[in-house]
Design a protein around this ligand. Structure first.
Ligand code: DGL
Length: 288
């Protein structure tokens, strides 16, 4: 019987895993964080593709029938090539790899009222234009602006995101995004690490709304902004996928377990992951 593999460059995929396990607790999961090589989001296509393929191959060797790329950067840069070039070479078992961008994009048109949408993501996801291209396909009337946030993943990986200094970088990227388009009413957190900053992002946005900042002279007239995190969207999408694809669902074991693997120090991973997940976990080290 097979497991569901969940992969991220580091801790961010835990936000997706957590939501998926709430929605589909019966399955067995194998989480892999490539913390030793995070962040991915500042690397080139070749590096992101190579690292992601190594992780996917590893999870498939551990009997995963499905691998969720719980990482926008890997989904934007490596998913299509892996699906089209690498998976067809695996002929002896039925396996698939799924990403997080499409389920997120599908939720956006129903949320925005102004039709102005902001995407916050890693530099690699922004440069791939994946969100812009996917949104143009389903809702060409929307105005999309993107903002790369290169410091956010390093802050989270270093456990510094709740420290006072993080506020500077949270405000910096939000200010840069909103300066490009003040009519934005919907912001996609297009990186699975960013939900760990969601409270602080919302706090900054509310502050801007209520008190204003010098570059926003009429804050009360600005639209209220909804931030979209991906966990629940991905969980619903996976549930739907398994309903439509019994060939994968029927391979999955149902022990309700989760095993955590990291390419970094296992104790450090377990300590941070326990805080993010709000429950104690143990982790094991693996080299890819
Ligand atoms: N969680 C990854 C994402 O969703 C972060 C990528 C990184 O390591 O920079 O994009």
């Amino acid at each position: 019987m097979a497991k569901i593999g969940v992969f991220d460059s580091g801790y961010g995929g835990l936000t997706i895993l957590d939501a998926i396990r709430k929605e589909l607790p019966q399955y067995d999961y194998l989480y892999l964080g490539d913390n030793a090589r995070a962040p991915y989001g500042t690397h080139s296509f070749d590096v992101i593709y190579r690292y992601t393929l190594q992780a996917v191959k590893y999870l498939l060797e551990q009997d995963c029938a499905l691998v969720i790329l719980a990482c926008n950067t890997a989904s934007a840069k490596a998913l299509r090539t892996i699906q089209q070039r690498d998976l067809p070479l695996i002929k002896d078992k039925k396996v698939n790899v799924l990403g997080v961008i499409r389920p997120t994009v599908e939720a956006v048109p129903a949320i925005t009222q102004t039709g102005h949408v902001g995407i916050l993501a890693t530099p690699a996801t922004v440069s791939s234009e994946s969100y812009v291209l996917e949104l143009e396909k389903i809702a060409p009337e929307l105005t999309i602006v993107q903002q790369a946030c290169p410091m956010w993943v390093p802050l989270i990986e270093a456990g510094e995101h709740n420290e006072p200094g993080a506020k500077y970088f949270i405000g910096k990227y939000l200010r840069e995004l909103l300066a490009k388009d003040p009519q934005i009413d919907t912001i996609v957190l297009g990186c699975t690490h960013y939900p760990l900053l969601k409270d602080r992002i919302d706090e900054w946005l509310n502050y801007r709304q209520e008190i204003g900042e010098s570059e926003f002279p009429a804050p009360k007239e600005l639209p209220h902004i909804t931030t979209i995190a991906q966990g629940e969207l991905e969980a619903e999408s996976l549930r739907d996928y398994l309903t439509r694809h019994p060939e994968y669902r029927d391979q999955l074991s149902q022990g309700g377990t989760c095993t955590y693997l990291t390419t970094e120090n296992a104790d450090r991973f377990a300590q941070s992951a326990s805080i993010f997940l709000n429950t104690p976990i143990v982790a094991e080290h693996r080299d890819l």
